[in-house]
Structures are given as C-alpha cells and as structure tokens.
Design a protein around this ligand. Sequence first.
Ligand code: NDP
Ligand code: 2IT
Length: 453
Amino acid sequence: MSGPLSASKEVEEFMSGLRRRNPAEPEFQQAVQEVVETVMPYVLDNRQYYDNRILERMTEPDRVVMFRVSWEDDNGEVRANRAWRVQFNNSIGPYKGGMRFAGDLNLSVLKFLGFEQTFKNALTSLPMGGAKGGANFNPKGRSDREVMRFCHSLMIELHRHIGESTDVPAGDIGVGAREIGYMFGQYKRLENRFVGAMTGKGLEYGGSLIRKEATGYGTVYFVQNMLEHIGDSVAGKRFVISGSGNVATYAAEKILQLGGKPLTLSDSSGTIHDPAGITHEKLAYVKELKEVRRGRISEYAEEYPGATFMAGKKPWGVACDIALPCATQNELDLDGAKELVKNKCRVVAEGANMPTTLEAVHFLIENGVLFGPAKAVNAGGVAVSGLEQSQNSLRISWDAEEVETRLRNIMREIHNRCTKYGEEKGGAINYVKGANIAGFEKVAASMVNYGIV
Ligand code: NDP
Ligand code: 2IT
C-alpha cells in the first residue's frame, strides 16, 4: 500500500465493516470505536500495523466458547442457563480476565469486555492476554447452595478451556469470593491438580493479599497520579462514586486513607448521598450490608439519617470535584456528564469497565475535564491477579505491604505510559489516546513478530 491515507476516512471504513460483521453488538462496537478513533493515526504512521491488518485481527476474538449450564434450584426445579468464555487475544501471555454473572449478560457485553481486557492487561506490563466470561445467571436472591450448584455445574464444562498457562479467570460483577471458591473447588476436583488456574482466590487457598482491594485502591492511585501531574492531590477533594460492590467500596476506603471525602454510593435501585461524608465506620457497615447480608444500599439511609436515598437516581447530580463511576457499562451518559461539568467536576476516572458513553467521553474531554479511561484506571485489579499468579507459580506469598507497593508502582507506570503516548500540543494529557496507543503497541508488535497468525 502507498500514498497518504486519511485517519477519519479509515476509521469510518473500518467501523462500517466491523458493524457489518458484528450486527446487534452495540457494546462491542462502542468499545472498538473508542480504540480505533485514537489508534488509527498511529497505525497510519506505523505502516507495518496497517499492512498487517492488525486492527482487523485484534477485533476478532481468538475463539468464543458458549455452553449450557444445567442445575437444580432449591425447589427441585430444573434450570438451564447460558455461559461463555471469550478468549480474545493471547499474544503477550495466557488469557486472563474475569467472569461476570448477570441476568442480562450477552455476547456483545462479553466481547467488549474481552477486547478492553487485552489492552488493559498489556498496560500493566505483566504477561497476560485478554479474555472475559460469564453467565446469564442472576445470583441475587439465590441461596448459597443454589449458587454452589450453579458454579459447580458451570465448571464441569469450563475446566476444559482454562488452566494456569492457558486461561486464568477471576471475578467481576456478581462473582466474588463465594463464587470463586465454588468454581475453583470444582476445578481442582475435576483436574486433580492444585494450580493457579483462577485468581481472586481466598487467602486460605492460594489467594493474594490486596487482590480484594486492588481495583478500588488502584483506581484511586491512578487519580492521585493524574492530580499530581497537575500539581494537586486527593486530600480535601469531594468524590461521587457509583456502585457499592467490590470496586466502589475499596475506592472509597483508599480515598479516606488519602484524606478525600466520599459523598455517594449506589446500586441498581438508586443512590445514597451522605453530605457529612462516608467514614471508615460507615464503610464497614456497607461492606457487611453488601457482602454478608446481601442487602440494598437504600438501607444506608435508614442506618444513617443524615443521608438521603434517591430512588432510581444516579449520583452525577451531586456536586463534586471528582467522579468515579464504579458500577457498570454506560451508566454515565451525556446528561450526567453535563451535570458534572455544570457543577465544576474536574476529574472523571472509570473504576468500572466502559461506564461512560462515547458522547459523554467526548463532552467531558471537550470541556476540559481530566478523563481517565477504564483500561488504565481500573487495571490494578488484574495487575494484582497477575501478582497472584506469580506467587502461585513460586509457591510463596508476599505480605500486604509488598503487594500494595507493587500495585502502586504498576499504577504509576501505567500513568507514565498514558502521558508518553497521550500528550497533546500544549502539554495536556489525553488519557484515552495514551492508554489506547500504549496498550495497542505491545500487542500489535507481538502480532507482527508472529507472522500471519
Ligand atoms: P460487584 O458485583 O461487586 O458490584 C457491582 C455494583 O454495581 C453493585 O453495587 C451493583 O448493584 C452495581 N450494578 C451492577 N449492575 C448494575 C446495573 N445494570 N445498573 C446499576 N448498577 C449496577 O462488581 P465489581 O465491583 O467487581 O464491578 C464493578 C465494575 O468494575 C464492573 O464494570 C467491572 O467490570 C469492573 N471491574 C471490576 C474489577 C474487579 O476486580 N472486581 C476489575 C476491573 C474492573 P446491584 O447490587 O443492585 O446489582
Ligand atoms: O475487568 C477486570 O479487569 C476484572 N474483572 C479483573 C480480571 C482479573 O483477571 O483479575
């Protein structure tokens, strides 16, 4: 190929082909669009990537496994669910990524997550490829025994496709310590081998200290790096946070440790706003509420009458300095972004995967909000999963301080990579561009070395 090519025309042509090949997959199309918009000029400047059709190959998963999970509920009724493992790209290491359980889960969501994971894992610098999996199973309201039977049944098929050097699943929405325990227990039984084929394991059986905290802590470390880059800090800042699960609660914990003030948490029913701030004591209540009693965030406002519960509302209308969407995809739309800008929010950092719609991302960046994309911001979770794999292979465990120091350093390095590739004329950092190009470069260079595979 020769002659000058226009990036915007190439993006348009590429996306129209991708939409044609992947109809009815809006989340996957959205995740690819965000990457291709920023990476195409780099691809045109580095013609080996263009000529080797790297973007075309990177947007096609290596394989997708889809299977039935049959199980029996507590009433003796037979149930059938659908499960998947999307093994997206193993160019730089064994597949790695979480498992999600959600009633409305579908292939489009899992393909977007597996695609994102490939870039995120590359950004950590650890040798991990990208994958994602899960099932259209809603664990809410299910007994422990029902969840156990479901997880055991799922692993009867999944175990054939995973392994410590093949594909290493972990948790995500609806999959926490309980589910990992049931899945890993069944894996070990079927394989008759005790190996690090899953991460996020309990501390008693090969898990890593700080893995549980890692995504939330890493999110706030990334924000700390963004602020330090402009000569500021977390201390005294007001944060709005969505979600009240693993990522949200440990983000709030690290904010408190660094002297910031978390004001909100949410779940799929609504948002609690606590103008006095969510303290360590109140956070301990939330963890117990969500992890042990499996209750709803609305109960917070009954426990702490200074707080209000806003049924059906997202937190973006609450005035803040920094917003952390930490629940689910597309939860922060253009209207939410306008509220944040109106209230002079300065930083938005994605603790969840793709929580911001594309038009909201564009609006925030155009209005001077520092925007941290998921694949950089929330990479601390999978990074500590990578450290869990290393500890399992070495048959040792590091103490909490050692793991957290490594996590902090990895988040700083990811920030450095974003600034290297994302610096605009005038010195401002476009973190979306920086993260996408840095993640792309490592995977793309490996693929070129492998030849046409
Ligand atoms: P959890 O299951 O622990 O918590 C999820 C939270 O998000 C809950 O408060 C849940 O509320 C809320 N939520 C889920 N679905 C929806 C929805 N459709 N609408 C509104 N709220 C919703 O999951 P995590 O905290 O682990 O994951 C949160 C996000 O972070 C996800 O995007 C995940 O992919 C991402 N992530 C997680 C990592 C990890 O290590 N766990 C690593 C990197 C990213 P409710 O209880 O009402 O459903
Ligand atoms: O989205 C994610 O990065 C995760 N859910 C964590 C994946 C992992 O393998 O730890």
